[in-house]
Design a protein around this ligand. Structure first.
Ligand code: FES
Length: 607
């Protein structure tokens, strides 16, 4: 149904533009000078002062005998003279198609309205300062009077508003005056009545088509609104229903039946049932980790289309975070983790640089084991925050100066962050979180980082985890290289702590990139570790160093390239990467160019 949604979108645009035109033209109609807009600025009022002399009138029968066939005959006055106007073909209104002939009322002679006659008629109906500059005979449609269907004369005056007087060619009737003001009003009438073909009528084909489009648009819009509400998109609980869903493991073994609400997506509903699927994007549809097998007939969202190929979509693979229980009768869980919901209590929150904070949490309840490099998914509750972090140390305030500190609201969501310490049986977990600044004053900052970075000490939060995608396989490599930048420090620091105690690992090199010395987090701690531990080499690298900096310069991947030859047999070395996407892409390309196999490269991707 994607194509109907596309049509819906474009139809909405057309309707929206027309609504805007109605608004603009409506404002014009309220403000305009109605006399001027009618083209009547120089229209003279012609009063009949001469009475017809009935005794001198030629008998109408004589005229009708000459002018047969006729539908009607009447006496009219033009320029003070009386004429019989004989109608041979009668339209419903004067401007409709009519055929006339004109006879002098006292002589019975046939009269044609020629240019001289027309000039006199036009001058009589005009009281402006202009002179006639041209006279034109028009047989087709008149732009200024689109409803006029009969041939007419156009008499143009050279006044400041370009007055034109229109006179019907067979009857001498003044069709009307038009001028610049009337023509401008005509444009607004055209826009307001959608008379884009200039038919001079409200009942035109454009407005009829538009009415049908609007009817279709509002009907489908209503249907989709109800549909999305039923799917929980608008989170109106009383619209939600419970559905029974049959569950299977990836070997197609039945796991029984569970009830899922249509209020939340499948990822969240499974979490409520303590079934936790892998996810690093928090349900954003970008990590592709929450895959389930539902039905080939389930609709394909754009996120599904990006994460699965045609074959997989045809088999029924979908992202659990993009679908609701309405789409599902049975569901095969492809990857279920051992993750649990854990309550964490903040014990310390410290700035490590201008935009990176170290958060330490105590685990409430049972402690849990995890591999170094694991991450947790924080369940951020809805709430309010300010765009600037609280209590920024004076030395780091420059970075936040251009941000307007204002309150914003946010919906509940989930965000993933790597644990920055190794699991050593204690009940404390550490995170290094980059506070994502708002890109401008119109958008909020990073919801997850700003929420966590501004939590009060002792405040609790729930998190799902641990998720273990990125870790060192025991006894696989005796030598490892860690390459990271920014908040990519977290999982690498955890791996470093773990591997320093691993006797099998004999050599660890850590290349950590930052812009300036001020951005080097854990600098003292890592430098001291490197000094006191023969198997660990730490290479902090600055891309924008100050003059005094004596260490490595440039990007981490370049420094890695320069040091590859000193790493010994790199085909047996494990490489672990975490940092900005560009840095990881370049590093992976570099390693592959040097013959490193995929199995020896691991990276932590929080897309
Ligand atoms: S959680 Fe579904 S794609 Fe990431």
């Amino acid at each position: 149904m994607d194509w109907t949604r596309k049509i819906h979108k474009w139809a909405s645009l057309i309707v929206g533009i027309q609504f805007l035109l109605w608004l603009v033209s409506g404002i014009y109609f309220n403000l305009m000078d109605h006399d001027k807009a009618g083209g009547h600025q120089y229209r003279a009022h012609m009063h009949q002062t001469v009475e017809v002399n009935k005794k001198e009138l030629v008998e109408p029968n004589i005229i009708l005998a000459k002018a047969s066939p006729a539908t009607s005959i009447k006496v009219i006055n033009l320029l003070g003279e009386f004429y019989y106007l004989v109608n041979h073909e009668k339209g419903l209104y004067a401007n409709f198609a009519n055929r006339y002939s004109l006879y002098h009322a006292y002589t019975g002679e046939r009269v044609n309205i020629d240019e001289t006659f027309v000039r006199s008629l036009a001058e009589k109906s005009y009281n402006g300062p202009g002179e006639i500059i041209s006279v034109k005979y028009i047989e087709g449609k008149i732009d200024d009077f689109p409803k006029q269907k009969n041939p007419s004369w156009q008499v143009n005056f050279d006044d400041e508003v370009d007055t034109s007087v229109y006179i019907e060619a067979e009857s001498g009737r003044i069709v009307g005056h038009s001028d610049a003001d009337q023509r401008l009003a005509g444009i607004f009438f055209m826009l307001h009545f959608m008379d884009y073909a200039n038919e001079g009528s409200f009942n035109n084909i454009a407005i009829i088509i538009f009415a049908f489009i609007t009817l279709w648009l509002s009907t489908t819009g209503l249907i989709w609104t109800v549909d999305l509400t039923m799917r929980g998109q608008y989170k109106i609980k009383w619209f939600a229903t419970q559905r029974k869903v049959k569950l299977f493991d990836k070997n197609k073994t039945s796991l029984g039946e569970i009830k899922l609400s249509t209020h939340n997506n499948l990822l969240s509903e499974l979490e409520n049932q303590h079934i936790i699927l892998p996810s690093s994007c928090g349900g954003g549809g970008t990590c592709g980790k929450c895959r389930v097998l539902i039905s080939p007939n389930a609709k394909v969202t754009s996120a599904d289309a990006q994460q699965f190929d045609e074959t997989q979509l045809g088999e029924g693979y979908r992202l659990a975070c993009q679908h609701f229980a309405n789409d599902v009768e049975g569901m095969t869980l492809m990857d279920v983790t051992d993750a649990k919901k854990i309550t964490l209590q903040l014990t310390s929150s410290e700035f490590l640089s201008a935009d990176i904070k170290e958060l330490k949490f105590n685990v409430i309840g049972d402690s849990f084991d995890f591999k170094a490099g694991a991450f947790m998914r924080f369940l951020i509750p809805e709430g309010k925050r300010y765009t600037c972090p609280e209590n920024i140390p004076i030395g780091y305030q420059t970075l936040w100066q251009d941000i307007e500190n204002k309150e914003y609201q946010f919906e509940s969501c989930s965000r993933s962050y790597s644990i920055a310490n190794a699991c050593k049986g204690n009940e404390e977990v550490t995170f290094t979180i980059k506070l994502l600044k708002a890109k401008n004053n119109q958008v909020p900052p990073g919801i997850g980082s700003n929420f966590l970075g501004n939590m009060a000490v002792n405040q609790c939060i729930e998190a799902l985890g641990p998720f273990e995608d990125f870790y060192v396989t025991p006894s696989k490599h005796s030598s490892i290289v860690l390459v990271g930048a920014g908040s990519g420090m977290a999982p690498l620091k955890a791996i470093l702590e773990e591997q320093l105690d691993n006797e099998y690992c004999e050599n660890i090199v850590f290349i950590y990139g930052a812009r300036s010395e001020q951005d080097l987090i854990y600098q003292d701690e890592l430098s001291e570790l490197s000094r006191n531990n023969k198997k660990f080499t730490y290479i902090p690298t600055l891309s924008r160093p100050e003059k005094e900096w004596l260490g490595a310069q440039g990007y981490g991947q370049k420094v890695l390239e320069m040091n590859l030859s000193s790493l010994g047999d790199i085909s047996k070395t494990g490489f672990y990467l975490c940092g900005p996407q560009g840095m990881m892409d370049e590093t992976i390309a570099l390693l592959k160019a040097h013959g490193i196999e995929n199995s020896n490269i691991s990276f932590d991707d929080f897309s």
